[in-house]
Design a binder for this molecule. Structure first.
Ligand code: ADE
Ligand code: ZN
Length: 337
């Protein structure tokens, strides 16, 4: 059991979230409320029945339900309400800055205009006291042409997102499938990230780095299977956005005590803790922090390091980053000895 001081410190420390899919923050209650509001028919008879279906065996079994849940999002207000609800949770967990993924193709494929998606999410960010930026993710189970067309549709809103990412079904859809669209994104000055090494092999982490030229790796927990790659990523200071509750719910690790977060840190990697899809995996940022601190040999110095890593790896102007890092250090320095 972790002691109560450590629990309080981890909950109260300033932190940044760098891996959250906004569609994964849609709680069952809000799914049902939006279904009702929009006249969308759900295949689940009740909130409880939907929640019961959240027993995943792997990434795909989750994605099937996650895309079904997102089908209730039709109007700008729906995207606003979803995002505002997430930001309230983030604020309560003392998340000071968040970089939010969104999956436009999940919505545009249903006829929802790009403008509706981006404006709803963006306006909720503007109205929150939490610093928030958006990252547009391409769905890797779809074609590169589809991703390119999506980028084209999003170009009129270029000032409302800071970067692009790559998510959805990993195995069989390596990063190099999207070489051209990411090259175009780099030319536009967008930040670049990609999911790699969640279920997929370390080779996908390598091609995310070498072909897409990512600045962070989302998940990346399988990196330890390749020692040379581990050493390279540590040396280059490329951060990993690790999602502990996601990893256990999707059976990347059987139990939290088997999670490799400590080994990642011990290898000198800039690992961070994040929630991924909090409505589906049993918790938001502090739930993820408490889960790893409960189950793994982590102490106060790790807490400070994880909080520092989260801001160090954020896509923030340097002055703002330094200010947040100073806040983290002041918080830890003020703790009773
Ligand atoms: N989309 C939402 N959550 C995801 C995850 N954990 N991996 C890949 N794609 C996702
Ligand atoms: Zn993810």
């Amino acid at each position: 059991m972790m002691n109560s001081q450590l629990r309080t410190v981890v909950q109260g420390m300033p932190k940044a979230e760098l891996h959250i899919h906004i569609e994964g923050s849609l709680e069952p209650e809000l799914i049902f409320a939006l279904a009702e509001r929009n006249g969308v028919k759900l295949t689940y008879p009740s909130v409880d029945a939907l929640r019961q279906a959240y027993a995943f065996t792997d990434l795909q079994s989750f994605l099937d339900i996650y895309y079904a849940g997102a089908s209730v999002l039709l109007k700008e207000q729906d995207f606003y309400d979803m995002t505002a609800a997430y930001l309230k949770k983030a604020e309560a967990d003392n998340v000071r800055h968040t970089e939010i993924f969104f999956d436009p193709q999940t919505h545009t494929a249903r006829g929802v205009p790009m403008e509706t998606v981006i404006n709803g999410i963006y306006n909720a960010c503007q109205d929150s006291p939490v610093s928030a930026s958006l990252i547009l993710c391409f769905l890797r189970h779809l074609s590169e042409d589809d991703a390119m067309a999506t980028l084209e549709q999003a170009l009129p809103f270029r000032d409302k997102y800071i970067g692009v990412g790559l998510d959805s079904s990993e195995v069989g859809h390596p990063p190099e499938k999207f070489a051209r669209v990411f090259e175009r994104c780099r030319g536009l000055g967008l930040h670049i990230v990609a999911h790699a090494g969640e279920e997929g092999p370390p080779a996908y982490i390598q091609s995310a780095l070498d072909v897409l030229k990512v600045e962070r790796i989302d998940h990346g927990v399988r990196i330890l299977e390749d020692q040379a790659l581990t050493e390279r990523v540590a040396r280059e200071g490329i951060a990993l956005t690790v999602c502990p509750l996601s990893n256990t719910k999707l059976r990347v690790f059987d139990q939290m005590k088997d999670h490799n977060l400590v080994q990642l840190l011990d290898a000198g990697l800039v690992a961070t803790v994040n929630s991924d899809d909090p409505a589906y995996f049993g918790g938001y940022m502090n739930d993820n922090f408490l889960a790893v601190f409960e189950s793994l040999p982590l102490g106060l110095s790790h807490a400070q390091r994880l909080a520092r890593n989260s801001f160090a790896a954020a896509f923030l102007p340097d002055a703002q980053k330094q200010a947040f890092l100073a806040e983290v250090d002041a918080y830890f320095n003020a703790l009773p000895a």
